[in-house]
Design a protein around this ligand. Structure first.
Ligand SMILES: [Zn+2]
Length: 414
């Protein structure tokens, strides 16, 4: 590297003379510096000014301090006009200063470039966020493959929203999922409040076991409706998030069915230990099988809709066996509570089966394509029927529990 420091006015020395200095500087390289000799005052002045101009004040001060007093290096008063004896050392220091000033400038440029990149990135993020927030509903055919679920709903679909914030804000916008979100969202709140009230505040003759049994029902209902609300809210986030929450949604249905059957078995076969245990084990086993099936990737695909409906209907219908057993072995018609609970059981079965049928066949949008895009499509009706069925079932098991708990006769006395 050849650095040249050019100064033309040589007041004290009176002539221009070229010098070459070979030195090792702090940059780790050997430099050959071709210089012209200049006046000491001018040289010091320009060096100090150059270093102090640097915005890196610490470095500038350090560099300026490196410069010795001119009298130490250039004893002009004594030797004028002879050559200063420490000239080589002074040039070396000048080179070091130059090197350090170059480094400081490079750091400043690097810092400026980094800040410019950061600004660009934040501007890009802002623009992306603005576009995300300003999304519009789109036609079914404009959806990516992983979001295409029901082609009878023509318009009003959410596009992919790659942020959870945008997904949650979409709850307050009108699109094909709005009804699905709110139907189960409200149901979730109703069952959450009801469970907290019944298990903690309400006064009734429930023992700890009764609370655990009703707790199983409330847990199934709250988890099912909560998972469903979450799934319908974030299903448009990404294929991975959509798949994960759809699996949770199906697991929630399995838990609701299990949580509905177990309390009924407990109170229906209150004094029949073996049938109660046998049917409870059977229901729990079926629940585990359905959950394993729900975790299978293909299970959530649109083409598997009838398979899903069939699996959940069959699981729900598994309650027919203990139901038939109970009808034959108990004089259910003689007691008002037992009669009411049986009627509730029938209504619940009808509601669940109707919901599953509408869901599997996509009725009514099948007969009115494009007319039920926002409201009254099969999934919304299915959701409402699920909540109605869960409410009716709660009434049914409450009647059954009332009958058992008001009957002072112990099981041994029967
Ligand atoms: Zn749903």
């Amino acid at each position: 590297m050849v650095a040249s420091f050019q100064k033309s006015s040589i007041n004290t020395l009176g002539s221009h003379r070229q010098r070459s200095i070979i030195n090792n500087n702090n940059c780790g390289s050997t430099t050959t510096t071709t210089v012209e000799e200049i006046s000491s005052d001018e040289w010091f002045q320009s060096s100090k000014t150059a270093t102090l101009k640097s915005t890196d004040t610490k470095l500038a001060k350090e560099s300026a301090d490196l410069l010795p007093n001119s009298g130490d290096l250039f004893p002009w008063d004594c030797y004028e006009p002879s050559e200063p004896k420490n000239m080589d050392s002074a040039y070396e220091q000048l080179c070091q200063l130059h090197c350090r000033a170059t480094k400081a400038a490079a750091h400043q440029v690097e810092d400026l470039v980094r800040r410019a990149y950061e600004k660009r990135d934040s501007a890009e993020a802002y623009v992306r966020q603005t576009i995300q927030d300003a999304w519009n509903v789109c036609h079914f055919h404009h959806l990516p493959k992983w979001l295409q679920d029901n082609d009878y709903l023509h318009t009003g679909h959410r596009p992919p929203l790659q942020s959870f914030k945008a997904c949650f804000w979409s709850v307050f916008r009108k699109h094909t999922e709005t009804g699905n979100i709110w139907t189960h969202g409200i149901g979730f709140l109703i069952f959450l409040v009801l469970s907290l009230y019944k298990l903690t505040v309400a006064s009734h003759p429930w023992s700890l076991m009764d609370k655990a049994i009703f707790g199983a029902f409330f847990l199934g209902a709250v988890l099912c409706l909560g998972f469903s609300t979450f799934y319908h809210t974030v299903s448009c986030h990404s294929p991975q998030v959509g798949r994960f929450f759809s699996k949770l949604d199906y697991c929630g249905i399995a838990l609701l069915i299990t949580g509905s059957i177990i309390p009924w078995l407990y109170y229906a076969f209150y004094c029949d230990y073996y049938p109660k245990v046998m049917y409870t084990v059977l229901t729990t086993t079926l629940c585990v099988i359905v959950i394993i099936l729900s975790l299978w990737d293909k299970f959530s695909e649109p083409s598997y809709r009838p398979v899903r409906a069939t699996v959940f209907v069959l699981f729900g219908l598994s309650g027919v066996f203990p139901g038939g057993h109970w009808l034959i072995s108990h004089n259910w018609f003689s007691d008002v509570s037992l009669r009411a609970s049986f009627i509730c059981l029938i209504i619940m079965a009808v509601l669940y089966l109707s919901g599953a049928l509408l869901y599997a066949c996509r009725i009514p949008e099948r007969f009115f394509p494009g007319k039920c895009d926002y409201w009254f499509h099969s999934h919304q009706i299915f959701h409402i029927l699920v909540i109605a069925a869960a409410m009716v079932h709660y009434r049914g098991i409450s009647e059954l529990a009332l009958h058992r708990l008001s009957n002072t006769q112990t099981c041994d006395a029967r």
